[in-house]
Ligand binder design. Structure first.
Ligand code: NAD
Length: 422
């Protein structure tokens, strides 16, 4: 298990933004607008615990920009959630939706808690009370939350139900698109659960094609074996790629012969983490990071690839499944060492793309099948990947800066067309 450094992730976002804005010569007034968040909502609310005591919780929702469409972004339940982290994650959502060509803006939120310390019924009450506290700051045509770290379809169902209770009865059936990532029976989309991991794998496939790499011959490691990491690994298995090391919050394991992602997923579901998994040798964090492999997929938290850890990596390619796993110094070291990096705002866009499909299905009262969802996801990921790759060539820059330029170019056009009120 890694330790999370305190480096400001919002400072990272601003430096990444400045680099791209300088290179593309972003229009100065638009640069001013995009370097700020639009709304920052902080709510403190009481919840009754199972033992009858009352505890206070702090929840956040930051809305960065909605010029392209309603605010969109996940909710995270984690002790590291604070205003700095949520600002950064909201800003990344704006770029991500712009790169993916979605009519959506960027937001993010969460509660500063360690969910492992609470019972299911406490988590339900915390979720419902947070939704109530957010009130009309979220809405199906205004700001649409989704799952992120430590939140899932069940939590989305509680948010949906609470939100609908606050609506007049006549409005309820037209408001199910207030959250995405819902359980299928409650209006969720097939393919949403695996969507982020699927998008990561589509990007790896496109990279492999560009670089004439045969995925059946490669090895890879994954950090974080939750939604994104486990799905990415299970889908990589279909290519015959070999998973040689995995780390989560409970520890890390290594097996040069290969770890079966489906078997590990079943184990993690049963035991809550990979600690004790018998088909791998337990290793410490630096050993995990030093594993020799072709690809490293960070799919846990921010600030994992840093000045201290980037020199340890022994891979050819980093594919960012998590948001912000690489800080500014880490990025520079990877570049010096010739390790390629496919950036988060491209690689993990599959989640928000299928969330957008879910939102559309709810609005139209439709159910799409998995082939349709996957086909449309593939098309969007392909277009996003191609525009980022081509922009990197055009500006002779790295893929992260290119991804920013793709996003900022789209946003700049819209601001120029619409002008600034009044
Ligand atoms: P999750 O809660 O399902 O899984 C998180 C995983 O990270 C778990 O395996 C956990 O044990 C591990 N982890 C936590 N702390 C760790 C530590 N200190 N060291 C090593 N591992 C640790 O979350 P998720 O939804 O898979 O999200 C993972 C990342 O992907 C986050 O950065 C999230 O913002 C990003 N992301 C998620 C989605 C989505 O659709 N869920 C979409 C886009 C981006």
């Amino acid at each position: 298990m890694s330790t999370v450094t305190n480096r400001s992730v919002y400072a990272t976002v601003r430096q990444q933004f400045d680099k791209a804005a300088d290179l593309m010569n972003l229009d100065p007034p638009i640069r001013k607008i995009l370097s700020k968040t639009t709304n920052e909502i902080v709510v403190n609310f009481p919840v009754k615990m199972d033992n009858g005591n009352i505890e206070m919780f702090t929840g956040y929702r930051v809305q960065h920009n909605n010029v392209l469409g309603p605010y969109k972004g996940g909710l995270r339940y984690h002790p590291s959630v604070d205003i700095d982290e949520v600002r950064a994650l909201a800003t990344w959502m704006t770029w991500k939706c712009a790169i993916a060509g979605l009519p959506l803006g960027g937001a993010k939120g969460g509660i500063q808690i360690d969910p492992r310390k609470y019972s299911q019924s406490e988590i339900e009450r915390i979720t419902r009370r947070f939704t109530f506290a957010l009130g009309s700051n979220i809405g199906p045509e205004y700001d649409i939350p989704a799952p992120d770290v430590n939140t899932n379809a069940q939590i989305m169902a509680w948010i949906l139900d609470t939100y609908l209770q606050m609506m007049p009865p006549q409005e309820r059936n037209r408001s199910t698109h207030v959250v995405t990532g819902k359980p299928i029976q409650s209006g969720g989309s097939v393919g949403r659960e695996k969507a982020t991991g699927q998008g990561v794998v589509y990007v790896i496939e496109m990279w492999a094609q560009d670089n004439a790499v045969d995925l059946s011959e490669i090895t890879y490691c994954v950090q974080g074996f939750g939604n994104v990491g486990s799905w990415a690994a299970r889908l990589m298995k279909m290519h015959g790629a070999r998973l040689v090391a995995v780390e989560d919050a409970t520890g890390a394991i290594h097996n040069p012969e290969g770890i079966d992602p489906d078997d590990l997923t079943a184990y993690v579901q049963e035991y809550g983490g990979l600690a004790g998994y018998p088909q791998g040798q337990p290793v410490d964090h630096p050993t995990f990071l030093s594993t020799t492999a072709d690809i490293f997929v960070p799919a846990a938290l921010e600030n994992q690839i840093t000045a201290q850890t980037a020199p340890l990596l022994n891979v050819r390619l980093v594919v960012e499944g998590a948001n912000g796993p690489t800080d500014i110094e880490g990025d520079a070291i990877l570049q010096q060492r010739g390790i390629e990096l496919l950036p988060d705002i491209l690689c993990n866009a599959g989640g928000v793309i299928v969330s957008y499909f879910e939102w559309l299905q709810n609005k139209r009262s439709e159910y799409w099948d998995l082939d349709e969802v996957d086909h449309k996801l593939h098309k969007k990921m392909r277009a996003a990947y191609a525009s980022v790759r081509d922009t990197a060539h055009e500006y002779s820059t790295d893929l992260r800066t290119a991804a920013y330029i793709v996003a900022l170019t789209r946003l700049e056009k819209v601001y120029k067309e619409r002008g600034i009120f009044p």
